[in-house]
Design a protein around this ligand. Sequence first.
Ligand SMILES: [Ca+2]
Ligand SMILES: [Ca+2]
Ligand SMILES: [Ca+2]
Ligand SMILES: [Ca+2]
Length: 348
Amino acid sequence: MAFRNSASRRALSFSTLSPRLAGLVLLTLPWLCLADRVSGALPELESFVVVQDGASNLDVGEEAAPEVADWDGDGRIDLIVGQYGYGYVRSFLNQGTGGAAPVFDGWSYLLSGGVNVRTGYDLSMGSGPRVVDWNSDGMKDLILGERYGIIHILLNEGTDAAPVFSQIYPDYDRVEVSGSDFDAGFNSMPFFVDWNNDGKRDLVCGEMYGHVYLLLNTGTAAAPAFSSASFIQDGSVNLDVGDRAAPVVCDWNDDGKKDLLCGNQYGNVYFFDNKGTDDAPAFSGWELLTAGGATLDVGFDSRPTVADWDQDGTPDLLVGESDGRVFFYRAVPPPPPLSTGESWILYE
Ligand SMILES: [Ca+2]
Ligand SMILES: [Ca+2]
Ligand SMILES: [Ca+2]
Ligand SMILES: [Ca+2]
């Protein structure tokens, strides 16, 4: 019995192996072939674990909207979470050692001008935070979606490792389209990505009725500007996840083209596979993500974000939910790939 490598035509002799050992090698092969991640396949997600704060579930009350960023610049990822209740935003700084899932023990509200960052004056306000360097000055800024559809911009006037904001609500800057405030209607949920790969960060934004806006940056990287807002299409109709769209853009199936993940009011996460190109994404159809062998469902108001939470090299999914918790869905890392071009064929 022997194996031949069909690519290189090298032949290995297993004549020195016992029949039992040769059988073990043979049994191992299907696992290797099946487990090797195929470009275009979705990551396998495990069942969720509730992110902890000390010995308890991390809990912001209602409508958790998580964002992952190294807020304090210490090299360890932290968690920024928007909430229902004045649209305050909480920071959970990672107390862990790095190289593993973050460890939290307490939190604080983000401040601007010495008072809590907020998106309104009454309890029934939510916030959808994103941390990006809006004006490309090397310092992270804070962008907030909110109940009434505006997108607020809080520019960091401190340093990247110690953000400082000074504006007092409602005098935050706002995303504008052709000189007027952008207004998504209700429940703006922003996400930033260079959609068309022109070197400038663009804006996608979910809204109340399940659609997702695209605003291409027609300004510069340092001074983003938008001249129009249009709904992203699914085939020939507006992409639609039901209600309360909460988008994330990333290449989720690892085929080199950015895809769209989107939470909704009913707790699921939609996957829209990019059937176009990475420069010009196009969508036609969707599927719901699964985790632990079942449809991913956090209950209500899924707000996803993607980050390598456990620092194993594979991006994971974090999803906020309506009761204020954040669920961690670990993506199972692919095993080391087989050597390029090699496939082993058994022959006698
Ligand atoms: Ca940190
Ligand atoms: Ca900045
Ligand atoms: Ca762009
Ligand atoms: Ca993709």
